[in-house]
Write a protein that binds this ligand. Sequence first.
Ligand SMILES: N[C@@H](CCC(=O)N[C@@H](CS)C(=O)NCC(=O)O)C(=O)O
Length: 202
Amino acid sequence: MTLYDYPGCPFGKKVRIVLAEKELSFDTKIVDLAKGQQRGDEFRRLNPFGKVPVLVDESCIIYESTIINEYLNDEYPHPPELLPEDSAEKARIRLLVDYADRAFTLPAMAIERELGSPERDEARLAAARESVTKCVAMLERELTGKEYLSADFCLADIAFAPALLHLGRLGITIDASVPNVHAWRARLTARPSIGSLLKLVA
Ligand SMILES: N[C@@H](CCC(=O)N[C@@H](CS)C(=O)NCC(=O)O)C(=O)O
């Protein structure tokens, strides 16, 4: 199995967590986004949209981190099962995964980009911060009385993890004011699949 990835890409990290949870071995191929390799014909044959991550599992080529993670969970069903069985609960978890990508990870990436830009767009920065802050408030409510976003650790916990680990670097503090999120982050970081991400080149 080969994962096409770029260091620091939160969507690649989302896939790496599932690969680690399933104890699957894989090779990594770095697509140099800074050099525009994602726009080359060779990579576009794998993903016509020119984005990492892409997973190649024998003859199967998959892009979009959410689809890759669902594939891995279906194809390698040995523990842990990362989606609940109940259809309604499964739909709720899938909505949370989608929400994590759109309302948390992408705005977190926008904050990082604006903070590092010499021509910072303050309005864009404020909107991205507001989205991430609202998301943290939603998570605080969602995690009341729970260890994870579903009864067991699941794909939604995984979808939030990469950006969650880097919020401090973006000036967003997860502290005792959001005790459920604070405890959840500690629980997630204690899992080897997620704790090991902290050592990856950010
Ligand atoms: N929705 C996609 C997003 C992937 C994505 O945005 N990847 C970024 C790197 S983190 C990328 O490849 N960007 C290259 C480009 O847009 O040219 C997923 O979940 O896999």
